[in-house]
Design a protein around this ligand. Structure first.
Ligand code: ADP
Ligand code: ADP
Length: 235
C-alpha cells in the first residue's frame, strides 16, 4: 500500500527584502510504499533538510503536494498539524534531542504523555521496544550518563513508541562513531523488517547502503534511484 506521495514539490526561500531567492527544491516527486526503508542521499546544500522539514510539516512548500496515508497536508488546518504529526510521524534527529532532566524511560514516554496516553499503556509498550533496542537496562539513567549510540537508540525508542506510520530520520548517524553507526543502521534494518516504514536523510554512502532504496538528490532535484539487491529495477 502506498503510504507517502510527494508530487512536484517545490520550495523557494526568499530573503526578507525579496531580492534573493534560493530554489532549495525544484520539482521533487516520489512515492513510498508501506514497509519501505528509503534513504535520501545528497551532499550538503542539496535540499535534504528542506525536504525533511516539508515532510515533517514544519514548513510549507512553495508548490506541489504531500499526501500521507491518503491525506494531503494542504487539507490539514494549522491548528491540527501538531496532533496530526504526533499520530503519524516519528522523528530521529542527528543530535538526539533528548531532555537531560528526564530519565531514559521518561524521555521515551514523552510523546505518549503529550498524546495523553494512560500510564498502563505506556508501561506495556516500553519494555519490548527497549529490549529490541538494547537499552532495557538503562531505563533509570539520564542522557548524560549514557553513550552517543545509547542516546540515539533512546531517541529511536521515543520515535517508535507512538507506533507512527512513518519514521523520519535526519542524519541519524551524524554524531556517532563508526561502530555505533553500524549498530544503529543494523537496528534500523531490523525495525524495518518488523514492518516500520523509514525515510532517512543522509550524506553518508555507508548509511544509505543499509536502506532498501536510495533516492539521490542534487540541487533540489531527485536525479536517480537504486534498489538494494535488485539491479533490474535500477533506473
Ligand atoms: P541539505 O540539508 O542537503 O544540506 P538544505 O535543504 O539545508 O540542504 O539547503 C538547500 C538549499 O537551500 C541550500 O542552498 C541552502 O543554503 C538553502 N536554504 C536552506 N534553508 C534556507 C533558509 N531558511 N533560507 C534561505 N536559504 C535556505
Ligand atoms: P542539518 O540537517 O543541517 O544538520 P539539523 O539536523 O540540526 O540540521 O536540523 C534540521 C532541521 O530540522 C532544522 O533546520 C530545524 O528546522 C528542524 N528541526 C530540528 N529539530 C526540530 C524540532 N524539534 N522541531 C522543529 N523543527 C526541528
Amino acid at each position: 500500500m502506498e503510504l507517502l506521495e510527494v508530487r512536484h514539490l517545490k520550495k523557494t526561500y526568499t530573503n526578507r527584502f525579496g531580492t534573493n531567492q534560493v530554489q532549495a527544491l525544484r520539482d521533487v516527486s516520489f512515492t513510498i510504499e508501506e514497509g519501505e526503508f528509503t534513504a535520501v542521499m545528497g551532499e550538503s546544500g542539496s535540499g535534504k533538510t528542506t525536504l525533511l522539514n516539508l515532510l515533517a510539516s514544519f514548513d510549507r512548500p512553495t508548490g506541489g503536494e504531500i499526501i500521507l496515508n491518503g491525506l494531503s497536508f494542504q487539507n490539514i488546518r494549522e491548528k491540527d498539524l501538531a496532533s496530526y504529526r504526533r499520530k503519524n510521524l516519528g522523528f530521529v534527529f542527528q543530535d538526539f534531542n533528548l531532555l537531560d532532566t528526564l530519565s531514559v524511560k521518561d524521555n521515551i514516554f514523552l510523546p505518549l504523555v503529550l498524546a495523553g496516553a494512560k500510564p498502563e499503556e505506556m508501561k506495556k509498550r516500553v519494555m519490548p521496544l527497549a529490549k529490541v533496542l538494547r537499552i532495557d537496562d538503562l531505563m533509570e539513567k539520564f542522557p548524560y550518563e549514557i553513550s552517543g549510540g545509547q542516546k540515539q537508540r533512546t531517541a529511536i525508542a521515543r520515535a517508535l513508541i507512538t507506533e507512527p506510520r512513518l519514521v523520519l530520520a535526519d542524519e541519524p548517524t551524524g554524531a556517532l562513531d563508526s561502530r555505533a553507526s553500524n549498530e544503529l543502521l543494523n537496528m534500523f534494518e531490523q525495525i524495518n523488517r518488523a514492518g516500520q516504514t523509514i525515510l532517512m536523510v543522509t550524506h553518508s554512502t555507508k548509511a544509505a547502503s543499509h536502506a532498501g532504496r536510495v533516492l539521490f538528490i542534487k540541487d533540489g532535484i531527485v536525479y536517480h534511484q537504486i534498489y538494494r539487491g535488485d539491479k533490474s529495477r535500477e533506473e
